[in-house]
Design a protein around this ligand. Sequence first.
Ligand code: FES
Length: 129
Amino acid sequence: MAKMTLEELRKLRSSQKSEMERRDVDGKETHIIVGMGTCGIAAGAKMALDSFLDAIKANDLKDVVVKQTGCMGLCYSEPTVEVKVPGMPDVIYGNVDAAVAKEIVEKHIIHKKMVENHIQDKPAGDIIK
Ligand code: FES
């Protein structure tokens, strides 16, 4: 393995630091939770996760955390992702590929409009907090 220069190490540290900040939950109210169970990973959950991180970075969204969880029990619609935005019902999206992940960030997170054709589950109107 080639040795890294001091400058390369600094760049790596800075990129890892911003990556860690995007995964830090403290004080963040919007949560994107990606199902990373076996079937989720097999269906491409890692690409969805990376796409969420890229879109959050591209839009400079500071109040959003991306987390991983295990199996959500929805094999048929993997990759599955739960999105929690203050003032909106919690939504579980299915079949979230990289393009859909980007769409969720742009529509649901930024413009507060759900991505209707990928909703797998959301609470009924009368039980929304
Ligand atoms: S492993 Fe597929 S739903 Fe749990």
